[in-house]
Write a protein that binds this ligand. Structure first.
Ligand SMILES: [Zn+2]
Length: 313
């Protein structure tokens, strides 16, 4: 029996649950596979593509440990720490071995750099799935208001399947993404409906946020038919779709003094924060170009030219 993750998922018997950490091309990667005795969809769940987004990682670890095959219709693959070296080294955004952002190199390459090889393995799993859920959150240096991304660059039916699933989540904002190289975007481009959830941040995790994350994943799996509907009522559809968020970036290196909070409503002209130099002298203020709600912002004092300060829409 081959022990690559895709072949393990393929060979899973009805009623079986396995947790493994195989190594391929020097990359150890943990995964849990569950297959119910009743038929249903195949769903892939990943967390930790960014290794310091702890709420998503902890929620995935707990869900993988808790679920039993008897409660599942269909089959589930859970990769709780998709970027193991970034997690171990506490590196925001990137894979430790090559410094690449794993979420910018999909679909990856079988003979590429470590990040590209990881992306390639995850791509093989995506291609076996009927739906792909990617769990993220604010990184080490980001404060975030929970929201969901759905793929905007994909066949219309794929985007619509993602939108219908996203509506079951307990988040108020849904962003239609125009990106193509993110894990979920690349999957959607190949015809696999997908979404990315953002919850938690600041390099921390709390019981409350992990439970909220788990509720969202359970809602999704009920929607997809993997879990029984039970008596849980889905949240009222109060989601707003954002099609053109503003991703404000720093124009130069400096010290960053934000004046917003995650989830705050801003109006055109409002001060979002100020960049100052090493002597405390103002370099430049940043104002909102238009009305919107703050999705996330950078909390670290240090910012680098070309990196995000505030996202709103
Ligand atoms: Zn992330």
């Amino acid at each position: 029996m081959s022990n690559t993750l895709p072949s393990l998922w393929k060979q899973l018997a009805p009623g079986q649950k396995i947790s493994v950490t195989p190594t391929r091309d020097g990359v150890p990667l943990s995964a849990t596979f569950l297959r119910g005795t009743r038929p249903g969809k195949r769903v892939l769940l990943t967390a930790g593509i960014h290794g310091c987004e702890y709420c998503s990682i902890q929620a995935a670890i707990e869900l993988a440990a808790q679920w039993r095959p008897e409660e599942i219709c269909g089959s589930l693959a859970i990769v709780p720490i998709a970027n193991p070296s970034g997690f171990a080294e506490r590196l925001p955004a990137v894979v430790a071995e090559d410094g690449k952002n794993l979420n910018r190199v999909f679909p990856g390459k079988a003979d590429g750099s470590p990040a590209e090889r990881l992306a390639h393995i995850l791509t093989e799993l995506q291609d076996m799935a009927d739906f792909y859920i990617d769990m993220h959150g604010g990184d080490l240096h980001e404060s975030m208001h929970p929201f969901v991304y759905i793929p905007g660059v994909a066949a219309e039916a794929v985007t619509e399947a993602a939108r219908a699933a996203a509506r079951t989540l307990d988040v108020e904002e849904r962003v239609l993404s125009s990106a193509t190289t993110g894990a979920y975007n690349a999957a959607a481009l190949r015809g696999v409906p997908s979404l990315l959830i953002e919850r938690g941040g600041n390099g921390r995790w709390s019981r409350e946020e992990v439970e909220a994350y788990k509720r969202d994943i359970r809602s999704l799996l009920r929607h997809l038919g993997l879990l029984e509907a039970g008596d849980a009522t889905p949240p009222a559809d109060r989601q707003r779709e954002i099609r053109d968020p503003v991703y404000l970036e720093a124009e130069q290196h400096g010290c960053w003094y934000p004046t917003v909070t995650a989830g705050a409503h801003v109006r055109a002209g409002d001060l979002l924060g100020e960049l100052r130099d090493a002597f405390g002298s103002p370099l430049r203020p940043y104002h909102a170009e238009r009305n919107g709600r703050v999705l996330y912002f950078t909390v670290s004092l240090a910012v680098k030219a070309g990196t995000p300060l505030v996202a709103y829409g």
